[in-house]
Structure formats: structure tokens, C-alpha cells
Write a protein that binds this ligand. Structure first.
Ligand code: SF4
Ligand code: SF4
Length: 117
């Protein structure tokens, strides 16, 4: 499953640079699939969704840092544990029960975004 940032976030910014998938954004910032990945143009994600990787999307949260579920792999393929949760001083990076994925699905997602390894 993806990790989600709760409203307890104090906007310290410690997690953002730690994310290997560039899945974390500051509140009120736009996000895109292309940021920090190899994705470009019209693509079909491993979950079957067709998206424009270059398009800027509205922020998921306007007040605190947020995680884009489609880009979060729980750090699978890069690290043993979620790096955002490891550095967060208030422990507000928690599993998102609404976005449940298997380890294989997470690894497939990671390879899709970073095929160069
Ligand atoms: S778990 Fe890893 S991939 Fe997901 S948002 Fe946190 S740092 Fe990024
Ligand atoms: S490390 Fe935790 S408190 Fe700091 S910005 Fe990230 S989620 Fe918010």
C-alpha cells in the first residue's frame, strides 16, 4: 500500500528529499508523474490508468505535505523501509488503508518509473 501523510504534519520538509520516487510534495504545490521519474507523454500505468506524464496536477493537499499514491512504492526497490516514515519527527507518515498493493505490484511500479534501475 502507499504511505499517506496525516494532518499531524508540521511541514518540516524532512521527508521530501528522502523520497526516491519524488512522490512527496509540499502542500499547495502541483505534482506530475514526470517529476523525478523516466515517465514522459501519454502512458498506461501498471494499474491500467492512462495518464499524461507531463501534465501538472492540482495539489492533493493545500495545507501540509502530501504523497501521490500512484508514485509511492513504500520505497520498495530502493530501501528496506519507507524513508519518509523513518525521518518524520512526528510519525505522521502511515500506511494508507485505501491504497493496498502487494510487494510485487510495488516493485513493478518502481521499475515502471525507473526502468534504468
Ligand atoms: S514510502 Fe518511500 S516512496 Fe513512498 S512517499 Fe515515502 S519515501 Fe516516497
Ligand atoms: S517529515 Fe513528517 S512532519 Fe515533516 S513534512 Fe514530512 S510528513 Fe510533515
Amino acid at each position: 500500500m502507499a504511505i499517506i501523510i496525516t494532518d499531524e504534519c508540521i511541514n518540516c520538509g524532512a521527508c521530501e528529499p528522502e523520497c526516491p520516487n519524488t512522490a512527496i510534495y509540499e502542500g499547495a504545490d502541483d505534482w506530475s508523474y514526470n517529476d523525478g521519474t523516466n515517465l514522459n507523454g501519454k502512458i498506461v500505468l501498471p494499474n491500467g490508468k492512462t495518464v499524461d506524464a507531463d501534465k501538472d496536477h492540482e495539489p492533493i493537499d493545500d495545507d501540509v505535505y502530501y504523497i501521490v499514491p500512484d508514485k509511492c512504492t513504500e520505497c520498495k526497490g530502493f530501501h528496506e523501509e519507507p524513508q519518509c516514515a523513518a525521518v518524520c519527527p512526528v510519525d505522521c507518515c502511515i500506511p494508507d488503508d485505501d491504497v493496498v498493493e502487494t510487494k510485487n505490484q510495488l516493485l513493478e511500479k518502481q521499475r515502471f518509473m525507473h526502468p534504468e534501475g
